[in-house]
Design a binder for this molecule. Structure first.
Ligand code: XMP
Length: 509
């Protein structure tokens, strides 16, 4: 059975994938295509609805993206957003003008009754980002919303099911924005919402199979959410033609290397686990400076990967677990380039391959997690909290040794266990233990001890750019403290870090 299909026509806006994501959230399948695909192609796709995205152009500008007028005569409901709204008005005979000042940010808006705003509060807040505005509407169109500076902030032709909004309903700051998109999809376009993540997995697998065929793919598997989900997806698509290299640098959390390996034992691909702990510990010997540690680990990681890749020989594709937030500012399609991101720093230069595949490129983190679940990955992998690439190296202050690593692994495992027992896993964004290089005097039994201080860290955050220290109940902290001192050797004092970010960072190094 073919899913309901919504076509998002990309005019180069920064939020285009966000529109796609909101549509998927409404359980409707959609794809983003460049605005210049041919009318015949659009007809063949047989969309239930079309959404025009925003974009950086002015409709009167030289080379401004346009669409054919016939597109509006197909009888397919269309929603124009921002530039898309202006383009709709302009193409159908309205006028667009340039304002002196840009209208930007959260803006008060008044909506008028129409299917798009059913169940939506009349006096509301929307997110604006535009300079041009629609000054007069095409024939047959009515005004459905206005702000203080934008007379036609929403308008439409009820009969023809054509609607347009100058603001961005897809951006979180537009209150009830998802409601508005849902109204368009369900009330205007008559969608029923027949799409789930399982269906996405199926489509993605089919596309990867078609693209890769019988050729070879290589993936660096870190055990993090993104690379794990990419591995699961590719494995379903190409099976043994996929080889994953998992470099275990010996600085993973307790049992983590084995857990990663075990999670993939039923998947049908070649998994090469490189236990490179000795090499890493060797390189890190005597190093105490945090940035040096990070550099050494980053470089060594590439060396090990390169050596293993050479053994495998030339591959056709190098796969990466890049997700949408990694590319959002890198310039996509017609969007302006703000900043270039590199997901796996340096790797492509060292490996002999023809092309990169990034099967998660259009997904957001929570969608990646949902996809991982749909592909059968265990919760401990898909719900995993962020773990820094350099691993425990940035959680051991001072010189890193295998002994200190083992101490930290044991203490950290106790902390995690008690948090899970207390049912706090979902409410603390990230929590871990840090082995400081401070020693102090204690007394155990009747004897004096002179051992390490362990610090516990727990933070609550949405974006990891700022964070609050987590209010972990005293009883849990007490339990962790007593277990750590009793069960793990060489620690005689436990402290809890009560600094937020800023001024501290989440990790200690
Ligand atoms: P900080 O310590 O800067 O960390 O507050 C913010 C978030 O980023 C994670 N982090 C890293 N993740 N490679 C990563 O993949 C790294 O080198 C790295 N350093 C920090 C950290 O765990 C926290 O979630």
């Amino acid at each position: 059975m073919k899913n309901e299909y919504v076509l998002v026509l990309d005019f180069g806006g920064q939020y285009n994938q966000l529109i796609a994501r909101r549509v998927r959230e409404c359980n409707v399948y959609c794809e983003v295509k460049p605005y210049h695909i041919r009318l015949e192609e659009i007809k063949a796709l047989d969309p239930k609805a079309i959404i025009f995205t925003g974009g950086p152009n002015s409709v009167y500008g030289e080379g401004a993206p346009r669409v054919e007028k016939e597109l509006f005569e197909l009888g397919v409901p269309i929603l124009g957003i921002c530039y898309g709204a202006q383009l709709m008005a302009y193409t159908l005979g309205g006028t667009v003008k340039s304002a002196r000042d840009r209208e930007y940010g959260k803006t008060e808006i008044s909506y008028r009754p129409c299917p798009l705003f059913e169940g939506v509060e009349q006096q509301n807040i929307c997110w604006m980002s535009h300079t041009d505005y629609v000054a007069s509407l095409p024939e047959g169109f009515e005004n459905y919303g206005y702000t203080q500076t934008c007379p036609n902030a929403a308008f439409g032709d009820f009969e023809k099911k054509l609607y347009a909004v100058q603001f961005h309903p897809e951006v979180m700051h537009t209150r009830q924005g998802t409601e508005i998109l849902k109204n368009f999809l369900y009330r205007v376009a008559g969608c029923a919402g027949d799409w789930q993540m399982e269906a996405y997995a199926e489509t993605a697998v089919k596309e990867l199979r078609e693209k890769i065929g019988g050729k070879k793919v290589l993936l660096a598997l870190s055990g993090g959410v993104d690379s794990s989900v990419a591995a699961a997806l590719l494995s379903r698509a190409v099976g043994k033609n996929l080889t994953c290299i998992f470099v275990d640098h010996g600085l993973m959390r307790k049992n983590e290397g084995d857990e990663v390996e075990a999670a993939f034992k039923d998947f049908d691909f070649n998994l090469v686990r490189v236990n490179a702990g000795e090499i890493f510990f060797g390189k890190l010997k005597g190093v105490v400076e945090p940035e040096r540690k990070r550099k050494i680990i980053g470089e060594e990681f590439i060396r090990v990967f390169e050596r293993e890749a050479k053994k495998i020989g030339a591959v056709d594709y190098l796969a990466q677990g890049t997700i949408y937030p990694d590319v959002i500012e890198s310039g996509t399609g017609d969007a302006a380039t703000i900043k270039s991101h590199h997901n796996v720093g340096g790797l492509p230069d060292y490996v002999d391959f023809k092309e990169i595949v990034e099967p998660l490129r259009s997904l957001f983190k929570d969608e990646v997690r949902a996809l991982g679940k749909a592909l059968g990955l265990p919760d401990h992998l898909v719900l995993r909290q962020p773990f820094p690439g350099p691993g425990l190296a940035v959680r051991i202050i001072g010189e890193i040794t295998p002994e200190k690593t083992a101490i930290l692994q044991d203490a950290d495992a106790i902390f995690r266990e008690e948090i899970a027992k207390g049912g706090l896993e979902g409410s603390i964004s990230q929590y871990f233990a840090v082995l400081t290089d401070m020693r102090s005097v204690g007394v155990m039994g009747d004897a004096r001890t002179y051992d390490y201080t362990l610090a516990l860290r727990g933070v609550v955050t949405g974006d990891f750019m700022t964070a609050e220290w987590a209010r972990i109940p005293y009883e849990i902290l007490e339990k962790v403290s007593s277990r750590v001192v009793n069960e793990v050797g060489h620690i005689n004092r436990v402290v809890y870090d009560i600094t937020s970010k800023p001024p501290a960072t989440i990790e200690w190094e």
